[in-house]
Design a binder for this molecule. Structure first.
Ligand code: PRP
Length: 179
C-alpha cells in the first residue's frame, strides 16, 4: 500500500536548510570546538548531514532519551535509555534533535545536561512543532516550523520504520490503520 499521503519537506529543501544551519553554526562557534550531542534515534540522520557543513572541529556523543516509545504522542515520562560516554564539563555542547514537539524531552535533557557544567549548551532542531508545546524551551537553531500533524521520514519513525526516507511526509491514514 502507498505510504505517503503528502510530502511536507522535500529532500532538496532539507539539504538546502541543513547547509544554511551548518554555515550559521560554523560562524557562531568560530575558534571553538563543538560537541554535537545526538539524541537518538531521530537525530542521527540530521546530525550526519549537519556535521558535513560545520567547518569548526566537532566531536560526537550520543544519548537516547525516550518519551514516546512506539506511541505517536508524548507520554510526558522521560527515560534515559543511553547516557553520554564522555564528560561534557567545560565543553561547548550543541544538542541535535530531529523534532521538538511538546518540549518535554528537551526540557528534561537541558536540565540534566546543565548540571554537568558544560561551557555552553545550545539546541539545534530540524523541525519545530510550536503548536503542541507544553513547556517553554529556548531553541537556538531551527530548520523548519511544521504543523501539528504526524510526520515521518528523515529520522522520524512510524513504529521504528521509515527513518531512512530522505524527505518528511504525512503518511496515509489507511496505511497507519492497517499497520
Ligand atoms: C522524539 C524526538 C524527540 C522527542 C520530541 O523522540 O526525537 O526526542 O520525541 O518530542 P517532545 O518535544 O514532545 O518531547 P522519540 O522519543 O520518539 O524517540 P526517537 O528519536 O528514537 O524516535
Amino acid at each position: 500500500m502507498e505510504l505517503v499521503d503528502r510530502i511536507i519537506i522535500s529532500e532538496e529543501d532539507i539539504q538546502r536548510r541543513v547547509r544554511e544551519l551548518g554555515a550559521a553554526i560554523s560562524q557562531d562557534y568560530a575558534g571553538k570546538t563543538i560537541t554535537l550531542l545526538c539524541v537518538l534515534k531521530g537525530g542521527l540522520m540530521f546530525l550526519c548531514d549537519l556535521a558535513k557543513h560545520i567547518t569548526v572541529p566537532v566531536a560526537y556523543d550520543f544519548m537516547s532519551v525516550s518519551s514516546y516509545g512506539d506511541a505517536t504522542e508524548s507520554s510526558g515520562v522521560v527515560r534515559i535509555v543511553k547516557d553520554l560516554e564522555e564528560s561534557i564539563e567545560g565543553k561547548h555542547v550543541l544538542i541535535v534533535e530531529d523534532i521538538i514537539d511538546t518540549g518535554l524531552t528537551l526540557s528534561y535533557l537541558v536540565n540534566n545536561l546543565h548540571s554537568r557544567n558544560p561551557a555552553s549548551l545550545r539546541i539545534c532542531t530540524l523541525l519545530n512543532k510550536p503548536s503542541n508545546r507544553r513547556v517553554d524551551i529556548p531553541i537556538d537553531y531551527v530548520g523548519f516550523e511544521v504543523p501539528n500533524e504526524f510526520l515521518v521520514g528523515y529520522g522520524l519513525d512510524f513504529k521504528q520504520l521509515y527513518r531512512n526516507i530522505p524527505f518528511i511526509f504525512v503518511p496515509r491514514k489507511e496505511f497507519i490503520q492497517e499497520a
